[in-house]
Design a protein around this ligand. Structure first.
Ligand code: GLN
Length: 487
């Protein structure tokens, strides 16, 4: 009997649709796998066994059909799931059960995809390692002594460990792509506004973008197609038809990139990437040239300011978004003994409920937005954002997509970057420019460095998500997928 947890989503969907296996068997296989390995991986904060099996039964009864009907999925804990605990890995939301589903969750349900549970992450999606989860870190299935990336380390680790074939992540500065890169899986950030933010616990509203995590490019595209598309409940949702990402991924599989121009960013060169990362990236470029692609060097002179601009914009928006967690309405309330003032209770609640990185961001953001400093910090950062967008636009006049390593380094050991926030922030050096611009980008595994996965990033113009999937699938056809050591 085939181990159902080893199959990709496209194969599982076929087997279920042709009734060779039932959706309940597929869900059960994954729930059993979670029970067997998650005490070591800790990808899940909550497993929704009963809900997953009930959804699978509906598929088996023929009540729901569709391209991914019966394929189970894990959802990052920053996404609201009705009646299922949603904490954003924070103590301040411990025990909160949302009264509604995020739009993307409603779409998963309508597509007949059983939700296996909620995945671990850095608290409020702030971090690059899951070490800032209030519930303990997730381990990288490639090496349990190393981080799985972040903030969506749980989603990527769950699929790398065969606990789920697919997962939902959110990408504000790299949190789908960087965990994808360091766990040897695929992670795609759609065009901003291409996937709905309704029901996401907001971090930085002008950047937050939910998207797919998968083990193959085609699987990522299939999931992308399920969740994407206009949502009137999200004011920044794009009201246009979604590019056909599934057709593009299938086209890319034929491995022909004749005439496709790939831009490498000159300013990313002296960036301090680990030698093994640079080597794997270069080898992948050679592979793409063999498929017919042409490499062009382009200049994006403002990319070097992306990290500082992001660390003003994201914390500023976060300090505003997180003001609602004050002990009055959601989750934790501390010190409400009848003698304390409202202000004291709020302050005690926030002190106890938020972890150190979240507090750092709130303080940074509050400072950047304070009167007299707004123009000097937030205002300047927004100007930099415009310049970065122009860099992308002029690059895309010369090339079809931009390519780079996803992250300068592979999975690092626990504790090695927590003492210096800047060292942690560097994980997103190559992913952040795209978020500031708003275009789509994907990370695809492209080889190993000292036994650890390296990710290859493909960035495309806004609403050209199909283009990145085509190049990604072509690369995958040339370099193959990665299989972690057995757990
Ligand atoms: N690591 C980045 C941060 O900490 C990105 C987070 C994200 O994309 N959610 O802000």
């Amino acid at each position: 009997m085939t181990d159902l947890t080893r199959l990709n989503a496209a194969s599982l969907a076929d087997l279920i649709a042709t009734k060779q296996v039932s959706a309940v068997e597929v869900a059960t296989a994954h729930l059993d796998r979670i029970a067997a390995v998650d005490d070591r991986v800790h990808a899940f904060l909550h497993v929704s066994r009963a809900e997953a099996l009930a959804a699978a039964e509906r598929v088996d009864r023929g009540e729901v059909t569709g391209p991914l009907a019966g394929v189970p999925i894990a959802v990052k804990d920053v996404v609201a799931t009705e009646g299922i605990p949603t904490t954003a890995a924070s103590k301040i939301l411990e025990g909160w059960k949302p009264p509604y589903d995020a739009t993307i969750v409603a779409r998963l349900k309508a597509a007949g995809m059983p939700i296996l549970g909620k995945t671990n992450m850095d608290e409020f999606a702030m971090g690059s390692s899951t070490e800032y989860s209030a519930y303990g870190p997730t381990k990288n299935p490639w090496d349990l002594g190393r981080i799985p990336g972040g903030s969506g380390g749980g989603s990527s680790a769950a699929i790398a460990a065969y606990e789920a074939p697919l997962a939902i992540g959110t990408d504000t500065g790299g949190s789908i792509r960087q965990p994808g890169a360091v766990t040897g899986t695929v992670g795609a950030k759609p065009t901003y506004g291409g996937t709905s933010r309704y029901g996401l616990i907001a971090f930085s509203s002008s950047l937050d973008t939910p998207g797919p995590c998968a083990r193959t490019v085609e699987d990522a595209a299939l999931l992308h197609a399920v969740i994407a598309g206009h949502d009137p409940r999200d004011s920044t949702s794009i009201n246009q038809s979604v590019p056909d990402v599934v057709a593009a991924a299938r086209l890319g599989k034929n491995g022909d990139l004749t005439g496709v121009k790939l831009g490498i960013v000159k300013e990313f060169a002296g960036d301090g990437s680990e030698p093994g990362v640079t080597a794997a990236f270069r080898e992948s470029l050679d592979a793409l040239v063999k498929l017919g692609a042409e490499i062009v060097e382009v200049s994006c002179p403002h990319f070097e300011y992306a990290l500082p601009a992001y660390y003003l914009i994201a914390p500023s928006e976060a300090s505003s978004n997180l003001a609602r967690f004050d002990g009055v309405r959601y989750g934790l309330r501390t010190g409400d003994d009848g003698n304390r003032s409202l202000e004291e209770v709020m302050s005690l609640t926030r002190d106890e409920g938020f972890g150190p990185e979240v507090k750092r961001r709130i303080i940074l953001g509050t400072y950047a937005l304070s009167s007299g400093y707004y123009d000097a910090y937030y205002g300047q950062a927004q100007k930099v954002r415009t310049l970065i967008t122009r860099d992308f636009q002029s690059a895309f006049e010369q090339v079809d997509v931009l390519v780079s390593p996803t992250t300068p380094f592979t999975a690092f050991p626990f504790g090695s970057r927590t003492s210096d926030p800047y060292q942690m922030y560097l994980a997103d050096l190559f992913t952040i420019p795209t978020n500031l611009y708003g275009g789509p980008a994907i990370s695809v595994p492209c080889g190993l460095s000292e036994g650890l996965p390296v990710g290859f990033q493909i960035m495309a113009p806004t609403m050209a998500d199909d283009r990145m999937y085509r190049v990604a699938a072509a690369l995958e056809s040339a370099v193959g997928t990665l299989t972690p050591p057995a757990l």
